[in-house]
Design a protein. Structure first.
Length: 262
């Protein structure tokens, strides 16, 4: 078997069209949406809705970490729209139509935090299957999927914003991980809570890992733990006991899938 695995596609439709070439199956670990394109401000959801100039200002404020000014600017952007939620949803659907249409190999997908999983059933088909808190057999191995990212303890999510990322209450995320039976391949968007796997060397930021994923790795020792989320990790891979833990890469930039063979 040859399975290609991608994560953090962030709108790269052309590369996704080639991701399944030569593979028996394609596994997608989320973050399909390009919400804010920091390289080309006219692209992405915000670029489509507000235009490049306003997104450039958004990016500048976010990079400079001017919290109050950044928050006020975001609120002014949403206030300029008659129905912000409907406008964003329409733009997300347009991206998804292209992205799901680009998946040519039999595809097994789970959402990331920069996704709208409630829309995914609209794009499922015989060749595109969606899993979150479920398992499936591929080539004789059991793959288990848990999507989204775990909210840090005590954090809350604004459920009524125009855009709500797939951030899951800690207890809900941990229960989804714990409910999986032992698997051969553990597929998550969020990495296990290991500092070398969660530190982004370019952003110079320690992203949150999932302790519950690390617990399952230690308890079950699957062949592989596959994930994304951290775009430039300090370590792309690490062996924990018998488990090969692999960040499959920032596909938007690398345009190269991670290849599993057995």
């Amino acid at each position: 078997m040859r399975v290609h695995v991608v994560s953090d596609v962030h709108g790269n439709v052309e590369a996704l069209k080639r991701a399944g070439d030569g593979a028996d199956a394609l596994v997608v670990l989320g973050d399909l949406i390009d919400f804010v394109d920091y390289q080309d401000h006219g692209k992405g959801i915000l670029g489509r809705v507000f235009g490049a100039e306003k997104v450039a200002r958004f990016a500048e404020l976010r990079r400079s970490r001017r919290g109050p000014e950044f928050g006020a600017y975001i609120r002014s952007l949403w206030a300029s729209l008659t129905d912000p939620a409907a406008t964003i949803t329409e733009a997300v659907r347009e991206q998804y139509a292209e992205l799901f249409g680009a998946m040519t190999a039999p595809t097994y997908a789970t959402p990331g935090n920069v996704d709208a999983p409630h829309l995914w059933p609209e794009f499922a088909s015989e060749g595109i299957r969606i899993f979150d808190g479920e398992t499936v057999e591929i080539g004789g191995l059991t793959f288990g999927f848990v999507g989204g990212v775990r909210l840090p303890e005590g954090a809350t999510l604004r459920q009524h914003s125009a855009w709500v990322p797939y951030l899951r209450v800690a207890e809900e995320y941990d229960e989804a991980v714990a409910a999986l039976p032992p698997v051969d391949v553990l597929c998550t968007h969020q990495p296990p809570a290991v500092p070398e796997l969660t530190y982004d060397v370019v952003a110079r930021n320690q992203e949150a890992g999932a302790g519950s994923v690390l617990e399952r790795i230690r308890a079950d020792q699957p062949r592989w733990s596959l994930f994304g989320h951290v775009h430039q990790p300090l370590s792309q891979r690490m062996r924990l006991g018998r488990t090969e833990c692999v960040n499959v890469g920032h596909f938007k930039r690398t345009q190269t899938p991670y290849v599993l063979r057995w």
